[in-house]
Structure formats: C-alpha cells, structure tokens
Design a protein around this ligand. Structure first.
Ligand code: NAI
Length: 380
C-alpha cells in the first residue's frame, strides 16, 4: 500500500457547507473506488455558525489535527450572519473564523496565495473580444505580510480620531514569494500571446517603500532565472492593461493587499467566483479553498456553483502528488480538471451564475447536479 494521505476538511459557513461536501462526495464516489490512492477525510465544523453555537471558532481537536496531522487542508468560505443580520465577530472585532481563514496562513507560513485565472470553454467572460485562448494566467499574492499583517489600530484624541494599518514588507517574505512565482513560470507553457514564460511584478514602487523592497527582491531572485522574462507594472495601470491584453500575462506576483484586489479582477475575467479556485502554499503545509466566501445571499438555495471548490480540490491533488513524488494524485488532478472542462464545454449542466450571455437559455442545474455530471465524466 502507498502512503495514506490525511485531509482536514473544514466546510465553514453558508455555501461552504454545500460545496465542500460536494468535493468530498466526489472523492468518495469517483476517486477512491477507482484508484489505488489511500486517503482519509477528517471533517470538522468551524467558522461563524459554529462560533454562534459554541463560542469557539473550531474545536481543539480540529485545530490540532489541521495544524499537526493533516497532509493537506480543504477549506470552504468563512463568515456568518448573526440573529441581528450582522456579521458574527469575535470580541476583538475580527470575523468569527478569522483563526481558521487568516490565522492558518500566518501560523503555517502559507506565504503564496495562488489564484489561477483560466477561462474555460463554455464559461462567459465580461471581455467581449477575448476567449479561452487569451486568458490563462496565475496570480500569486504574498499571503503573510503587507497591509494585512495584523498590526493596526485606532486612536481617539480629544480633537481627532484616526486609524492605521502598518504595511510590513520584508526582504525574506518578498524573496520567497518571488521564487515561488519564477518556479511556477518555469513549469508552465508561457503567456497565451507569445508562449514566453514571463513573471510580471505588480506593485506601486513609484511611491511606496515596501513596494520598492518587493521589486528589488523580485529582481534579485529573477536574476537566477535567466530563462524567464521579467515584466513590471504599477498596480493601477495593470488593472487597465489586463483588460486590454490579458493574453500578455503568464504569472503575476504582487504584495498582499494589491494581490487580493487584482485577483478578484482575475476572478471576473475567468467567469466569476463560482469557478475561481485558490491555494495557500507554504514550505510544508497548504490550504486549498475556493476564492469565494460563504455567500449568505444564496446559501440553502442549491444555486452555489461547486466548480471553484472542485478545481481547488484538483489543485490539492496536484500539490500532494508533487510534494510526495507520487504520480497517482497528479493523474487524479488531471482527470478531475479534464472532467470539469468537459462539463463546462458541453454547456448543458450549469448553476445559475453561468447561465448568462449566450448560455442564458440553459435551464439552471443545482449544485448536486453539476457535481453528478462531473462524477459521471470521471467514471468514463
Ligand atoms: P462571497 O464571495 O461570499 O459572495 C459574493 C457574490 O458572489 C455573492 O453574490 C454570491 O452569491 C456570489 N457567489 C459566491 N460564490 C458563489 C458560488 N460558488 N456560486 C455562485 N455564486 C457565488 O462574498 P461576500 O458576499 O462579500 O461575503 C460573504 C461572507 O463571506 C462575508 O462574511 C465575508 O467576510 C466572507 N468571505 C470569506 C472568504 C473566505 O473565507 N475566504 C472570502 C470572501 C468573503
């Protein structure tokens, strides 16, 4: 028997509790019976709804297993509304579930937030003249420091009130995420427009000291990758450039908050949050999660698109396979992605978020029906 992989599954809140169970169902129904992969699924409650019931963000058992025993972590959206309709928060004002969604990134040093922006055939993009052959990039966001580093506060004086968010950027943090981006580019096929392997540094180094250090670190590490083209854009200009010419971009690396913002723009280009996967990668641990949150507006309606979670699951298998030098999970990742691609291309089974544009006449399917269609493709 090969290695036993232990997966911590944390569905979270709202639609997280609908789409993540679809990923585990697919693993149980379509992957485990047909491969020699040995995998244990350990599922735990966590997030705002759990906090409302118990006063805790997750149990000690869940925290301990996730941090010390799991080979990989699959996470859903976090964020619940309380009885008064407002977001459930901890006593320190942070979102209930913060320890899970942000805390894990800090504690496990998951320094690279990886967001593939690939437009699949059969998925509508808001860019009228662009198609799948033009949009295939990966945005890497620095994930542990920058503007989201937890050093912030508010001060109230007699005649004024102000707030501050310290934007901490280190050479170490910048260099390791730059290295991740160059390594990734080396293993990709290059930008759609010219097949040149290219890493673009997106920052605001004309103004900000942290971005100057980020760009210097990018150049220092980039010097070791003579086979990869280096490219630069200021973040404000990049938002315009990517709409005009998305096919120029292959891998993009950016400091934390800028990366967060530009990757949501990327999510729109690839057809919306329903199909946007992500991972948070460190040297030893990794968390895989859809980009979207708990979507309380559609929770409980069977309208949630499971594809973002299923693509994140494919990323998980690929990461496990590469880390353990095991071909089986890599093959599973390929099959899963291929099955999702096929269902999207056929265009008949899709949740309402994808029934727009030329697919607006398609009768919307439920979350489960979409997973079922993908499971059927996996079986073939
Ligand atoms: P959201 O991502 O939950 O939803 C934004 C919009 O996209 C909504 O209209 C929603 O219906 C739609 N949407 C999202 N995922 C979808 C899917 N799989 N299929 C179809 N439509 C989908 O962001 P929102 O509404 O700003 O936040 C809701 C809660 O989620 C908040 O508490 C927020 O803090 C939390 N959140 C958590 C994240 C995480 O855990 N990583 C990320 C983003 C938000």
């Amino acid at each position: 028997m090969g290695q036993v992989y232990k997966i911590a599954v944390l569905p979270g809140d709202g639609i997280g509790r609908e789409v993540i169970p679809e990923a585990t169902r697919l693993i149980r129904e379509a992957i485990l019976p047909t491969s020699d992969l040995t995998l244990e699924i350990h599922e735990f409650e966590c997030g705002g709804e759990y906090f409302l019931r118990t006063g805790l963000e997750w149990s000690k058992e869940a925290e301990n297993f996730t941090k010390t025993k799991a080979d990989a972590i699959l996470l859903g959206g976090i964020g619940a509304r309380g009885p008064d309709g407002t977001t459930v928060r901890r006593s320190d004002g942070n979102l209930a579930g913060y320890s899970v969604v942000i805390g894990l990134r800090q504690e496990l040093e998951l320094y690279a937030n990886v967001r593939p922006v690939k437009l699949y055939e059969g998925v509508p993009t808001p860019l009228a003249e662009k198609g799948p052959k033009d949009i295939d990039m990966v945005i890497i966001r620095e994930n542990t420091e920058g503007l989201y580093y937890p050093a912030r506060g508010r001060v109230k004086e007699t005649d004024r009130e102000f707030a501050y968010d310290l934007r901490l950027i280190t050479a170490k943090g910048s260099e390791r995420v730059a290295r991740y981006a160059f390594e990734l580019a080396r293993n990709r096929m290059g930008a759609p427009v010219d097949k040149v392997k290219r890493v673009t540094c997106v920052d605001k180094s004309n103004l900000l000291a942290g971005c100057q250090l980020f760009r210097e670190s990018f150049d220092k590490i980039g010097g070791e990758y003579t086979d990869i083209a280096k490219d630069y854009a200021y973040v404000d200009a990049w938002t315009l450039l990517v709409l005009r010419k998305p096919e120029h971009y292959d891998v993009i690396v950016a400091p934390n908050a800028f990366g967060d913002i530009i990757s949501d723009l990327g999510g729109a280009l690839q057809g919306g949050l329903g199909v946007a996967p992500s991972s948070n990668i460190g040297n030893t641990h990794a968390v895989f999660e859809p980009v979207h949150g708990s979507a309380p507006d559609i929770a409980g309606t069977s309208k949630a698109n499971p594809i973002a979670s299923l693509l994140s699951t494919a990323m998980m298998f690929e990461w496990i396979g590469k880390k353990h030098n095991d071909e089986t999970p890599i093959k599973i990742a390929r099959q899963l992605r291929g099955s999702i691609e096929e269902v999207l291309r056929e265009g008949k089974i899709r949740t309402p978020d994808l029934c727009v544009g030329k697919w607006s006449r398609v009768k919307p399917s439920t979350t489960k029906q979409v997973t079922d269609a993908i499971i059927q493709k996996m079986a073939r």
